[in-house]
Design a protein around this ligand. Structure first.
Ligand code: AMP
Ligand code: MG
Length: 318
């Protein structure tokens, strides 16, 4: 690397409902980072399920009717369905009515009546989405609503990496609210070191450190958003089959992959599936993962074990 490659720019902004950060090295880092920021803003405008004018907003408003989509949106929905199939249907973008009903992490969190839960549960089923490949059209079953929140950050992080690399970036980090994508190695030509958040402590307290080059690491965790009622912790991830938020053994799951969309698309569904089934699926897909449980156990797949250092003695690797 020459002198100019060591120029560093850091970006920090709010988008996609979370904190976004880039660290970029190189002489055009500032210019390139601003392009990336703008891309995130454009993407958010188009894909937010909270904006009635976005493509997702239009699909939801048109529930029961055909809506023509951009190819990008059509393909992202198709990709989401691929992850549903990989995770025994636990990842389901038609989850939105249940997300709204439960409002986990919000002030109005409340446990709905069984009757209401059953009514909403019937709306959730991605298999009822009709996709017309030729015309890029979609039709939800009447009353269905979609939310790409569980996959959008991974998709966008990959897109940013493509843009940055095309523009010549050889070293950098993209972090979209816990979806971390690494470009190359760090500025000293060593692996990047990424802290795995301690789910019991404030942000920035770690269980351990993982060393990676040019990979994506995506974490889904209860600690990000949850509600507590009668000493029970309800996570922001909802099991589409029971229509209840998960109150499980796993507090966080981090997936290491080449593409961030794989990590994001899988982490939510695997979280519901539990450790044993997740380990089997990760092995079949040749991906790695780190799980942290309620009783402070750390489970790490074979492929990543030598890259992980436990830094917190309260936890045990099993
Ligand atoms: P992530 O942080 O990627 O695990 O995404 C979690 C977000 O996805 C939640 O805040 C919900 O908006 C949404 N979500 C919750 N449960 C599911 C599910 N079973 N399938 C798809 N999306 C979900
Ligand atoms: Mg996800």
């Amino acid at each position: 690397m020459n002198f100019n490659d060591k120029q560093k720019e850091e970006f920090s902004f709010q988008a996609l409902g979370t904190n976004c950060e880039f660290i970029i090295y190189g002489c055009n880092a500032k210019y390139i980072g601003n392009i990336g920021k703008r891309e995130v803003e454009i993407f958010e405008k188009n894909f937010s399920s909270y904006d009635g004018n976005s493509e997702i907003g239009k699909i939801n408003k048109n529930s029961g009717k055909l809506t023509e989509l951009s190819r990008e949106c059509f393909d992202l929905i198709k990709k989401s369905i691929f992850y549903s199939e990989l995770t025994e249907d636990f990842f389901d973008i038609t989850i939105k009515p249940l997300v709204n009903l439960w409002s986990v992490g919000k002030d109005n969190f409340n446990i709905p009546s069984d009757k209401t839960i059953n009514k909403y549960r019937e709306l959730v089923d991605y298999k009822k989405i009709e996709l017309r490949e030729q015309s890029s059209e979609i039709k939800l079953n009447s009353g269905q609503q979609i939310d790409l929140g569980a996959i959008a950050k991974g998709y966008m992080a990959d897109k940013l990496k493509d843009i940055f690399v095309t523009l010549g970036v050889k070293s950098g980090i993209i972090n979209l609210g816990g979806n971390i994508v690494l470009i190359g190695s760090n500025i000293n030509e060593k692996p990047w070191t990424i802290g795995i958040q301690d789910p019991f402590e404030n942000r920035g307290e770690y269980v351990g450190i993982v060393s990676l080059i040019d990979k994506s690491i995506v974490t889904s965790g209860v600690y990000e958003r949850f509600s507590i009622k009668d000493n029970k912790v309800y996570s922001h991830i909802i099991n589409p089959k029971t229509a209840y938020p998960i109150v499980g053994e796993i507090l966080s799951i981090s997936i290491i992959s080449n593409k961030s969309i794989d990590g994001d698309g899988l982490s939510t569904g695997l979280y519901i599936l539990g450790i044993e089934k997740s380990l089997k699926i990760l092995k079949e897909l040749n991906l790695d993962g780190i799980f942290i449980t309620k009783d402070k156990k750390v489970i790490i797949t074979e492929g990543i074990r030598k890259n992980f250092i436990l830094t917190n003695e309260e936890f045990n690797i099993v």
